[in-house]
Design a protein around this ligand. Structure first.
Ligand SMILES: [Zn+2]
Length: 471
């Protein structure tokens, strides 16, 4: 079993977030279930233990051995055991993402009227609750307003701003914030002790930095390092994560951005990929360095790139960094940014202009498909010359493409992103020929529906029936 699951906290004192522990203690201490608020809202980023905490709270509420004045579940009674192995009939976990409609919530409202089967209370844990539809929220609100005596709700979300105020105000809110150093060490020590692994303090500090604010990521890193050696040192981390070569390559990539030399940039990425560099970490360092530059530029220092350019580049890199976790090729988002940056003709890009905006606008599963498809495009790309494009003598062609993008953007944002990577090969009264370097974009553009949409837009713009084709 992976460390994160194996060492999932089973009682309140094992929870890693100190602030969450003290809040829960405050609510539960000295209270039997009837006095505990009947609805909770857990908010905060992924990987901070919201679901684990919800289960522990459910155990504490239903534990038959817990006496007034105690807060911990016993983990041995029938109810605790059933919750631990996920077989409790009275604690129901619902994934908001896949049960988001009104029918599911209506169903829930009806079921919740029924008394618990074997425990004191019936507890609903709704994960990703922000995914519910407006109708479903309304139905949930009615239940929260007049809950049956035996009902408890624990709502969890990574996006609290999407929860209607009417719902949030009826819940006792617990915010899961970015773990402190102490929280991380608490989490790591449980794992290290359990696995009999030794770790130097300095090494643990580096792992905290690599964990990106997530217990889950931290546990994963410990697992990786722990499988290599029973003694985790800074040297081992350097060997595994190439922390030293990252600094050197950050400067190399920035220089390739300045020269708009995609070939050089891709070569560096290629080298890092072979070396096994962690691209998420690399992107963070790259963004950090550019951020430092931007601040220096604002206070008057000059660099090769303008302030506008640095700002645009940071925006593109932030987007590509966000998509790393969804790709099967971690280097791909950075490569796409390098290529796009080098082929952008205007020195200052309009805000939000990014090939990756496409990646941002699709669901995770769609995303996987795009990335999978693009991996072949990526291989093809590497063999090509990536530098520059001739921009001479093409004002009319560029104009039609720009207008087309503006128009399409309103209907189909991700298609506009695809068009931005296109070049007009030919444009006259009868024909518009577009080309793109990306195989997966080409496939998409060749779709009959897409071509129809483009032709319709051009007709609206020019009043001429122009045939669109993809070279
Ligand atoms: Zn118990």
């Amino acid at each position: 079993m992976v460390f994160y699951l194996k060492y999932r906290p089973k009682k309140i004192s094992e929870l890693d977030s100190h602030s969450v522990v003290s809040k829960l203690e405050g609510i539960i201490k000295g209270k039997l279930p009837d006095k505990i608020p009947h609805a909770f809202l857990f908010t905060g980023p992924k990987g901070l233990g919201k679901t684990s905490t919800a289960r522990i709270l459910a155990k504490s509420i239903n534990c038959t051995n817990r006496k007034k004045g105690e807060i911990e579940p016993c983990n041995v009674c029938v109810s605790c055991k059933a919750i631990n192995n996920g077989s409790s009939l009275d604690v129901l976990e619902i994934d908001g993402a896949s049960n988001r409609g009104i029918d599911e919530i209506r169903d829930l409202r009806e079921k919740i009227r029924l008394s618990p089967v074997a425990s004191k209370k019936k507890i609903y844990i709704i994960d990703e609750v922000h995914m519910l539809t407006a109708e479903a929220f309304n139905a949930l609100l009615k239940t929260l307003e007049e809950p049956p005596e035996h009902a408890f709700f624990i709502l969890c979300t990574t996006e609290p701003q999407k929860i209607p105020q009417t719902i949030a105000s009826r819940c006792f809110q617990i915010k899961f914030s970015k773990p402190t150093e102490e929280d991380f060490l608490h989490s790591f020590n449980r794992i290290l002790k359990g696995e009999g692994i030794k770790a130097d303090k300095e090494a643990l500090m580096q792992i905290i930095k690599l964990s990106d604010g997530s217990f889950r990521d931290g546990a994963k890193i410990l697992e990786e390092l722990g499988s290599a050696s029973k003694h985790i040192t800074v040297n081992l981390i350097e060997k595994k994560f190439k922390t030293a070569s990252i600094g050197k390559n950050v400067l190399g990539i920035i220089s390739s951005f300045e020269k708009k030399d995609a070939g050089a940039g891709i070569k560096i990425v290629d080298g890092m990929e072979k070396e096994g560099v962690d691209f998420k970490l690399f992107s963070e360092e790259l963004i950090n360095t550019l951020h430092g530059r931007l601040l220096a530029q604002i206070s008057g220092e000059s660099f090769e790139m303008s302030i506008e350019q640095t700002k645009d580049l940071i925006q593109m890199l932030v987007k590509s960094h966000q998509s790393i976790k969804y790709t099967i090729l971690p280097q791909l988002p950075l490569e796409l940014t390098i290529v796009e940056w080098a082929s952008s003709e205007n020195p200052a890009l309009p805000a939000g202009r990014s090939e990756n905006s496409e990646i941002q606008n699709v669901s995770e599963s769609e995303n996987q498909k795009i990335i999978t498809k693009s991996s072949s495009a990526n291989l093809a790309l590497k063999g090509e010359t990536l530098q520059g494009r001739s921009s001479s003598n093409r004002p009319k062609r560029d104009k039609i493409l720009m207008e087309l993008i503006e128009r399409i953007k309103k209907e189909n944002f991700s298609l506009a992103g695809v068009l931005r990577g296109c070049k007009v090969e030919k444009f006259d009264k009868r024909e518009l020929v577009l080309s793109t370097k990306y195989k997966f974009h080409k496939e998409r553009l060749k779709d009959k529906k897409i071509l129809d949409m483009l032709e319709k837009s051009i007709y609206e713009m020019t009043n001429k029936k122009v045939k669109v084709s993809i070279a």
